[in-house]
Ligand binder design. Structure first.
Ligand code: NCD
Length: 326
């Protein structure tokens, strides 16, 4: 484990995927390039590849998930790994067993990879650190979303989607709209967009849902804060919408969902301000009528379902890359 960046080994290879923060552009492009041929497997033109044959991947989801958990499972299976889904509600975690004791026991079953989602920011990092401290660096950890901190594979699949439709990151205006304050997806997207050289990134939302730190970043690079959605969408090439993370909000940060929809909900009328060929993205789960109108979610500019399919290829790329490192 490299102390400066615990995701890399001393040769600069990725051994865990914990966050996109601090990952160099070459690694990000390396993952996206590696994902491209896996789209044939994601779309089932090719059924399976043997890259993870004999490996055991443990899915540890301590928080709800539909897309991420399922696409990690599909990705691992299409790489020929054995996949074990721990059902947290019926596991001994519900009897008070600690996270690290759970990890030690699964490691004793010869796990090769842990895919971890946890409500606490830093949980996957803690596991990686524990594995390094106990001499088990050969077990890889993939963060599948930790608190409001990071969701690196979502950030990567979003970048894959943008690259697929728009090709060149260095010519784009990207608007990220909604609850940026509580969103691990937004944080991962922002790290990736900045690293990949997007020249204009607009953070669009009410003051109460934008991190105070964002205000300090304005004018210091590509990030701009827009409280007015019309200004935020004007001329955008990519519009990323986000769900209100009610489960992470303390206190009332918004007047009402209806008011929010009126000001920040993505409707066909508002979308007209973006470029005519702008794409609309959403990580899911969508709350129709709150952050996005059904006419947009189901409209021809939406690439929300292709994002899900690309997610399989990107997760295959990440897991095969980790498994190939020393
Ligand atoms: C997101 C998550 O769990 O962070 N969903 C996902 O993984 N696709 C976004 C959300 O919950 O709003």
């Amino acid at each position: 484990m490299n102390l400066a960046n615990p995701q890399l080994n001393d040769h600069g290879e990725l051994i865990h995927l914990l966050s996109l923060d601090g990952l160099p552009r070459e690694i990000l492009h390396g993952i996206l390039d590696r994902a491209a041929p896996f789209t044939a497997v994601a779309e089932r033109e090719v059924k399976k590849v043997p890259l993870l044959r004999g490996k055991s991947v443990f899915n540890l989801f301590f928080e709800n998930s539909t897309r991420t958990r399922t696409t990690f499972e599909i990705a691992a299976k299409r790489l020929s790994a054995d996949v074990i889904n721990l059902n947290i509600n019926t596991s001994s975690a519900a009897k008070g067993e600690s996270l690290l004791d759970t990890v030690d026991n699964l490691a004793a079953m010869q796990a090769d990879m842990f895919v971890v989602r946890h409500a606490s920011s830093g949980a996957p990092y803690l596991i990686a650190q524990h594995l390094a401290a106990t001499g088990r660096n050969h077990i890889h950890v993939v963060n599948a979303g930790d608190g409001s901190h990071s969701h690196p594979t979502q950030g990567l699949l979003d970048m894959y989607t943008i690259r697929h439709y728009k090709r060149d990151f260095t010519k784009l205006t990207v608007a990220v709209v909604g609850d940026i304050l509580h969103s691990r997806v937004a944080r991962s997207q922002l790290h990736a967009l900045v690293t990949l050289g997007v020249p204009e990134i607009r953070l669009v939302g009410p003051k109460t849902l934008l991190p105070a730190a964002a205000a300090r970043m304005i004018e210091k690079g590509p990030l701009r804060v827009c409280h007015d959605i019309n200004e935020g969408l004007r001329g955008a090439d990519v519009v990323m919408t986000l769900r209100l993370q009610n489960e992470r909000m303390q206190g009332a940060l918004l007047p009402s969902p209806q008011e929010y929809f009126k000001s920040y909900g993505l409707t066909p009328e508002k979308l007209e301000l973006a470029k005519p060929d702008a794409i609309v993205m959403h990580p899911g789960p969508m709350n129709r009528g709150i952050e996005i109108d059904s006419a947009v979610a189901d409209g021809k500019q939406a690439v929300i379902l292709p994002q899900v399919t690309f997610g399989i290829a990107v997760r295959m790329a990440v897991m095969s890359m980790l498994a190939g490192s020393q």
